[in-house]
Ligand binder design. Structure first.
Ligand SMILES: C[S@@+](CC[C@H](N)C(=O)[O-])C[C@H]1O[C@@H](n2cnc3c(N)ncnc32)[C@H](O)[C@@H]1O
Length: 269
């Protein structure tokens, strides 16, 4: 049986990912939502699949909203393809960084908490999307429905976990997916879409192949957004064994892993 690794998620300093505390820590450490690990991908990458899907719904008259835009790199892809693109994020550091890099008047970045009232008029946007940020169309929430035009398009891309062997190679550090995990992911997003009350709803779960370049990238991926003190502990406890397993299993491009993504699309009533 494989060695059981130190599990950083059981340590009291573990910060639950995707919480405001975790985003704030990332903003301090990396100046934004930026992956610290080195890797390469098989094409097409998930974000390119998502960008291409969004692009099918826009033209020079489109007003778009990017919810939870982070440092705004993805938002800016649409700068010269739409009339107006607005990126909102609750973390001031991300918006400051997005504004520093901003090119052109058609893109705006604003500090906005998407859980509160949005500073936009009714029926303002033709397209509202989020790439791994807050979903504005949960049952009972009104703001997404208020700011999108009737017939407007809503899209969401969410990362649903990584495996492709990673979880068997490093047990403890990465815990195995529960049985039927991907079926349950599908059910969860189907429910989210149906509760959103969108028409022509469409869900696709797809795979993205990534190659982690170095043994420490196995640890960086796990410890994304954690404190320096916790990372030091993980490196001390795990790196030697991770190096050996990495050497035995890596391809010439790196250690192959698979990222799962859910892509949702629907039309507002
Ligand atoms: C996983 S990151 C994705 C960032 C960016 N969309 C990307 O794909 O690189 C999620 C983003 O949602 C933002 N976020 C989380 N809760 C939010 C809220 N209530 N209002 C606005 N933004 C929020 C976070 O600050 C973070 O930048």
């Amino acid at each position: 049986m494989s060695k059981l690794f130190f599990d950083p998620m059981k340590h009291p300093e573990w910060i639950q990912p995707q919480t405001v505390e975790w985003y704030a820590n990332l903003a301090i450490e990396t100046g934004g939502y930026k992956h610290p690990w080195k890797s390469e991908f098989d094409e097409p990458r998930a974000e390119i699949i998502f960008a291409d899907k969004i692009a099918t719904y826009i033209n020079e008259d489109t007003r778009m909203l990017d919810v939870g835009c982070g440092r705004g790199d993805f938002t800016s892809l649409f700068a010269h393809k739409a009339k107006e693109v607005v990126g909102i994020d609750v973390i001031e550091g991300y918006i400051a960084s997005a504004n520093n890099k901003k090119t052109g008047e058609s893109v705006k970045f604003l500090v906005v908490d998407a859980d509160k009232q949005l500073p936009f008029p009714d029926s303002f946007f033709d397209v509202v999307y989020t790439k791994k940020g807050p979903w504005l169309f949960h049952e009972g929430s009104q703001e997404g429905r208020r700011v999108i035009k009737s017939g407007g398009i809503v899209l969401g891309l969410y990362h649903c976990g990584t495996d492709g062997g990673l979880r068997n190679l490093f047990p403890g550090l990465y815990n195995p997916f529960p049985e039927n995990y991907l079926d349950e992911v599908k059910v969860k997003f189907e429910r989210q879409l149906s509760e959103s009350g969108l028409e022509e709803a469409e869900l696709v779960i797809f795979e993205e192949v990534e190659y982690l370049s170095r043994p420490e990238d196995v640890l960086h991926k796990k410890c994304f957004g954690q404190s320096e003190a916790l990372k030091k502990m993980v490196w001390r406890e795990c790196l030697n064994d991770v190096e050996e397993i990495f050497r035995q299993n890596a391809t010439p491009r790196g250690l192959k892993v698979v990222n799962y993504h859910a892509l949702m699309v629907g039309r507002a009533k």
